[in-house]
Design a binder for this molecule. Structure first.
Ligand code: CDT
Length: 300
């Protein structure tokens, strides 16, 4: 067996009035709990430092000033990096990134036990719209506030595993996980903010949890990998988002699941060797894949 301790730290709501210091204090408390349960790595949500601001119509400049990080780590987030080094624990953290060239990305970083950023991912599948939907109960302005990620889907050898990252809507796309697993990913990490109501069509609320879980469970199985998925959830200033943070095994089974819509740490001592078995047999890519018949996937 090849075990690592994986914690997923779900966050309850971050309201508009909550500042970075409040977010970092909550993340630090959950990092301590993760370590007390012998975690090597803790997964935090997408846009973990702020409210899910793409729900609000505003100018890009206003969003940049209020919600984007101009450097990472910065003074507000440094205590989280310091604690990770002190405890000897790695973490995944999602935040809004403003580059020196004034490009805006929905970003996640992987930080190792020495506090070094070992991998950066910029969200590729941006859902929602760029225009102001005046009749909608809230907006989903990721296409206005973020550029499409320019770093591709990559993996890093860190914390005892080959790790790939993605962000929220990416998890619904089979290509995301396949591109990671083709590079040998044994563990995939994802943070998300998923509104409970769909503003584009009248989707029954229960389907939001169903499609979230079915995507993660099928993707873990079909790609012989573990997945750790962290929600920011509950009602942010009246706008509800689903919980359902999970750790999924390469069998597609759920090894741990959150039971609240608050800050909550879930944990599993995951055995990477379980993935090896699936990769050697049913999903032995070298033996059984037929990419010559998959051309349409990249041609259209
Ligand atoms: N944050 C994020 O990507 N949320 C999307 C909502 C889709 S509805 C526009 C998700 O896939 O969960």
């Amino acid at each position: 067996s090849r075990k690592i301790g994986l914690a997923v730290a779900q966050m309850g709501p971050m309201h508009l009035a909550d500042d970075r210091a409040a977010a970092v204090a909550r993340l630090m408390e959950m990092m301590r709990e993760a370590k007390s349960r012998s975690a090597d790595l803790v997964v935090f949500p997408e846009l973990a430092l702020t409210t899910f601001f793409p729900r609000y119509w505003m100018l890009e400049k206003e969003a940049e000033d209020k919600f984007f990080e101009k450097s990472m780590p910065n003074a507000a987030v440094q205590p989280l990096f310091d604690l990770a080094v002190e405890l000897g624990i790695g973490f995944y953290l999602g935040y809004a990134e403003l580059t020196p060239e004034r490009r805006r990305f929905n970003t996640a970083i992987l930080v190792d036990k020495t506090g070094r950023i070992v991998q950066k991912y910029r969200k590729i599948h941006l859902p929602g719209h760029a225009d102001h939907k005046v009749n909608a109960p809230f907006q989903h302005l990721e296409k206005k506030f973020f550029d499409v990620g320019d770093l591709g889907f990559t993996v890093a050898d860190a914390l005892g595993a080959t790790i790939g990252m993605c962000i929220c809507n990416d998890r619904r796309w089979p290509e995301t996980w396949r591109v990671l697993s083709l590079q040998g990913a044994e563990l995939g990490l994802v943070g998300y903010n998923t509104p409970s109501w769909n503003i584009h069509w009248n989707e029954p609320v229960h389907l939001r949890m169903h499609t979230h879980l079915i995507a993660l469970q099928a993707s873990a199985y079909q790609n012989a990998m573990w997945i750790g998925a962290a929600a920011k959830c509950g009602s942010e200033d009246g706008f509800h988002m689903i919980g359902g943070s999970v750790i999924v095994a390469p069998s597609g089974e759920i090894a741990a699941q959150s039971s609240s819509e608050e800050d909550e740490v879930i944990f599993a001592n995951i055995d990477l060797a379980i993935g090896d078995t699936f990769r050697e047999h049913v999903f032995n890519f070298a033996k059984h894949r037929r990419p010559e018949h998959y051309r349409l996937i990249v041609e259209r």
